[in-house]
Design a protein around this ligand. Sequence first.
Ligand SMILES: Cc1cc2nc3c(=O)[nH]c(=O)nc-3n(C[C@H](O)[C@H](O)[C@H](O)COP(=O)(O)OP(=O)(O)OC[C@H]3O[C@@H](n4cnc5c(N)ncnc54)[C@H](O)[C@@H]3O)c2cc1C
Length: 311
Amino acid sequence: MSVLVLVEPGEELSLQALTLARDLGSAVHAAVIADSSAASSLGPYGVSTVHVAEDDRLSAYAPAAWAACLDQLIDRIQPDAVVAAGTNRGNEVLGHLAARRDLPFAANVIAVGGDGSVTRVRWGGSLLEEARINSDLKLLTVAPHMVEASTVNGAEAAVESFAPDLTDADLVVRVVEHAETPSAGVSLAEAKVVVSGGRGVGSADGFGMLEELAGLLNAAVGCSRVVTMAGWRPHTDQVGQTGTKVAPDLYIACGISGATQHIAGCKGAKKILAINSDAEAPILANADYAVIGDLAEIVPAITEELRKAGS
Ligand SMILES: Cc1cc2nc3c(=O)[nH]c(=O)nc-3n(C[C@H](O)[C@H](O)[C@H](O)COP(=O)(O)OP(=O)(O)OC[C@H]3O[C@@H](n4cnc5c(N)ncnc54)[C@H](O)[C@@H]3O)c2cc1C
């Protein structure tokens, strides 16, 4: 059994993907696109050979071109599975690969068994699904931060370059510019006040009102796993068992139900204020204060009162 893993240079989630991939095959091949800087460090993660796709046109990320590289490596290596990290890129590239090969693709996998059985995280982490991938070649991505990256030995991986055959169509969609996001002022792990949002916030834009409140309180903004899985906030903002553990003086949980995995990350808070429309939400068992109602009304009202008090 052999497995091919797409490795994104500098991406820790790729090391988690390599760790899970070892359960799929005794021969682990890694594919890196254009940037071979990490190739020599992959041996300890069980990689026997690193295949480096080299083409000047690959200097900018191009999802279809990356999929073409994997497609051509599959013909050469004949792996039983192709694995990528559950990053935006990993999921996008394997989506393209699945379309090219007309194969099923399982995202957010956290464990693999025999006969193509996989355990997947669904519904923002509230459900674990047992599924089976019914194809000879299995395509899957590994759910972020659900598998701990580990090394197996100190062996060196062989590094082999190859020139992929790319068409103009493979390069139509590509990165042309990088825009930096402004850095947040207060770090989540050290903030004295954390304003955190869950599914109840409703959208990425909904976090605007939490940002505003956090700004007045010199607080950091956190969130639940549902929020990071939906792509509303980055994983670095996630509080919980598989996120950051916080211990602020005050933790304001807005539209967060209070699952045990979330509480694991905020139970160190001195005081918890829950804002929730459900008077029966489990978070209330851990909260020191609660406001029952729609956060879209309550959060702006608190912000307004703070502004009045400060002016
Ligand atoms: C292995 C594993 C690890 C996990 N790790 C984490 C982790 O690190 N962190 C984490 O957070 N979760 C984690 N989870 C997921 C966790 O089990 C829950 O699914 C998740 O925390 C639920 O997020 P939520 O509270 O935002 O969403 P929900 O459970 O859907 O709750 C939404 C809440 O918002 C309220 N609400 C809805 N609309 C409004 C409104 N307008 N105003 C006010 N309230 C409203 C609802 O009453 C509800 O209480 C993990 C799960 C697994 C299986």
